[in-house]
Every structure is written in C-alpha cells, then in structure tokens.
Design a protein around this ligand. Structure first.
Ligand SMILES: NC(=O)c1ccc[n+]([C@@H]2O[C@H](COP(=O)([O-])OP(=O)(O)OC[C@H]3O[C@@H](n4cnc5c(N)ncnc54)[C@H](OP(=O)(O)O)[C@@H]3O)[C@@H](O)[C@H]2O)c1
Length: 375
C-alpha cells in the first residue's frame, strides 16, 4: 500500500462507517445522526406515562435506565437496566442504587413529597445535567380564572412539612408545588417543571376520560352535564412523553403547563368525536348547570362547572409549552387507541380500568330533566 493509500485507508473506513451509520439511522429516524444519544434516568417508568416515555426515548435512540421498587409491572422492560430502590431514603435501600452514577437527564415521574424529591435531586445534582419533574396542573392555587399561565400562584398547605395528602387528596397539588420547589432548589436553573392536566390515551386506567367514549359507544340517550360549549382539556400520554423527550434533547428548563389540545376543545366536540370514533348514533341531552346544581349526588367524570371556583379548571394556557415544541395528535386517535388498549387488556385489568357506564344517576337525572321541561 502506498503511503498515500495507507494514510487514506482509515479516513475512508471512518467515512464509510459514518455513512453506513447515517444510512441505517435514516431508515429509523432521519435526524438521529445529528442528535447526541442521551443517558436518561426515569424515576418510575412502569406505570402509565413511564412506558410511553421509555418508548419515546428509545425511538429517538437514547439509553434509558429505570429506578423503582420493582412492584408495578415488573419485567415490563427486560432489555433496560432497572435499579431497585425507594424514593423514600428512609425505606430499605432508599436511593443507594443511584449513588455515583451519571446520567444526562432525570425524568421524575414518581415524586409526590418534597422531602423525597429533594433527596433524589440533591443526590443526582452533581451527576446529571437536567431534572425534569412531572408535576400537575393541580399545583395551582386558583381554578376560577380562565387562561392562566405559568405565573399564576401555586397552592399552599397549612403544614408544608406534612406528608399527609388529605382524605380527598386536597393537598396533592400543594405537595406537588413544594416538590417543584425542592427540585429547583437542588438544581437551580437546571430543573424543568411539567404541569400536565388530565393525561389520557392508552395506559390511562383512571376511569375518567374514557367514560365519555364508552358511554357514547353504549348508545341511546346520553346525559351530558353543562353547556355544549363548556371547555375540556386533556393530553394524550404519548404526546406528553414525546415532548418530555424533546425537552431533554433540547435541555429546555423552566415551568410549563401541559394541557391539550392546542385549540379550545368543547364537551360537544368530545362527545361528538367519541360518536364518530365508535360509530355510535347516541343522542345527547345537555343538563344545564342551574338544573344540575339542584340535584344531589351528581358526578360526571372530567367535566367541571364552567363557573365559579372551577371556571378556569379546563382553560389553562398552553402557549408556553406549544412554543417549546408540544404537539397534539387528533382527539379521535386518542379515543380509538384508548378503547383498543382497553379492549385488549386481560379481563381483570380491563375491569379496573373501565368506569361504570352510565353513571349511577343518569336515568334519574334524565327523568328529572324531562319533568322540569314538562313544567
Ligand atoms: N394521570 C394523570 O391524569 C396525571 C395528571 C397530572 C399529573 N400526573 C402526574 O404524572 C405522574 C404519573 O406518573 P405514572 O404513575 O404514570 O408514572 P410511571 O413512571 O409510569 O409509574 C410510576 C412509577 O413509580 C414507581 N414508584 C412508585 N412509588 C415509588 C417509590 N416509593 N420508590 C420508587 N419507585 C416508586 C412505580 O414502580 P414501583 O411501584 O414498582 O416502585 C412506577 O414505576 C405523577 O407524577 C402524577 O402526579 C398525572
């Protein structure tokens, strides 16, 4: 081999390797070659949004480690490294498995108490670049105002050191706000606070949002609360997960409401989209607020009175998140996919994820509504 050829051989080899890598990456994901591969630690990972985050991160070529107690869906990701421990440093081995390890980004899905978020964020601070804390839209103090953004005041609680969430989870939001502060204090300027509203779609076993598609699918006369134009905000867990990975890739920090969709969604659109998705000819009877207020024990999932203390509950500004890359798939896709996911679950799990349809008082409410109309 000439000296020139000897010089060029490794250069050509390196180029071919790069080119073949690019070619392969092009088939998988066009931009992979330009993106650094991140090492991502998920605190949790095996419940609802965690698996979507895992999938979104792997699809983008990142490396994922999970940290959990190994109780929920163990063995879900046999190909991933799973570190076992507890968010509570006082329980069992606590956070020991995280000590001395380095990651680019932490996604904290399982923080509910500031003491525990502080413990993990302080431990990881020297060894990670960014801490993404999954908070909640419940972190805010006041739901009465429409269109509030991330500057709105957060909820507080009488004893911030208490780890009692309250009988009806009334301190869930205040505790989340304190968790956010703990993350930011441990990693100033390096924390990303994500405040989602209702998270829905495949994997959502909360029996809330899916009530409407299932009720509409069952057909007949459907009682719907409030006014057809009442707003409703939801976010598909997959959209949330993809965006969280984007926040990690771009190292975007700050506070973000994660509520969808982009344009105002109404209850009318929710039930009509459900009818389209399920091929249902259900009819809708709208029970107005004044009527509902005169009824006792009325409980419809997701919907909140578009008045008084809850007027702004489904009207959070998502402008900042959209500017930071959050996108939303069509509602019809979310509905179809959540129903398909539910229908495909083993019987026992399906039962737990399926709300009672119709709500207990639907027939009585419709009767009372008609009696009122007859007057
Ligand atoms: N669902 C909604 O509509 C909604 C709305 C707004 C905000 N959020 C927020 O979104 C997040 C939901 O997360 P997800 O449950 O879907 O997350 P996930 O990461 O999919 O599942 C929770 C994980 O946390 C682990 N975990 C729970 N307790 C733990 C502990 N003490 N120590 C170590 N690991 C622990 C669980 O595994 P092991 O049990 O095996 O440990 C599981 O892997 C929460 O922060 C919630 O506040 C939800």
């Amino acid at each position: 081999m000439s000296s020139r050829a000897a010089f060029l051989a490794p250069v050509i080899a390196a180029f071919l390797l790069l080119a073949s890598g690019r070619l392969f990456a092009t088939q998988e994901d066009p931009a992979q070659g330009e993106r650094p591969r991140l090492k991502i630690l998920i605190l949790g990972g095996t419940g609802f949004i965690g698996p979507h985050e895992v999938q979104a991160a792997l699809a983008r070529g990142h490396e994922v480690t999970l940290f959990n107690r190994g109780r929920r869906n163990p063995g879900l990701f046999p190909e991933l490294e799973t570190l076992l421990g507890d968010r509570d440093p006082n329980k069992g081995e606590g956070l020991k498995a995280l000590a001395g390890r380095k990651w680019d980004v932490v996604i904290d899905n399982s923080g509910y108490f500031p003491r525990m978020v502080r413990a993990s964020a302080e431990l990881l601070a020297p060894n990670v670049r960014q801490y993404i804390f999954i908070s909640s839209i419940s972190a805010y103090a006041d739901n009465s105002i429409e269109g509030q953004d991330e500057t709105a005041a957060v909820a507080t609680m009488p004893d911030p050191a208490s780890e009692d969430m309250g009988k009806n989870y009334e301190y869930y939001g205040a505790l989340k706000a304190l968790c956010e502060q703990a993350a930011e204090e441990a990693m100033p300027g390096r924390a990303t606070i994500v405040r989602p509203g209702y998270i829905v779609g495949p994997g959502d076993d909360s029996r809330r949002f899916i009530y409407w598609p299932l009720r509409v699918r069952a057909g007949g006369e459907v009682a719907v609360p409030g006014d057809p134009e009442d707003p409703v905000q939801v976010i598909d867990g997959r959209d949330l997960a993809e965006w969280v990975v984007h926040l990690a890739e771009e190292n975007i920090t700050g506070v973000f409401n994660a509520c969808g969709p982009a344009e105002r969604l109404t209850m009318k659109e929710l039930v009509e989209t459900s009818a389209r998705a399920c091929g249902s000819d259900a009819t809708f009877t709208w029970l107005d607020l004044a009527f509902l207020e005169g009824q006792s024990g009325v409980a419809f999932p997701i919907w909140e009175p578009y008045a008084g203390a809850t007027r702004g509950g489904h009207c959070w500004s998502n402008a900042r998140a959209i500017a930071a890359g959050l996108t939303f798939r069509p509602l019809e896709a979310t509905i179809k996919d959540q129903i398909a996911w539910l229908d495909g679950l083993p019987e026992e799990k399906r039962g737990r994820a399926t709300p009672e349809v119709p709500v207990k008082n639907e027939a009585a409410l419709l009767e009372a509504w008609r009696a009122r109309e007859d007057k």
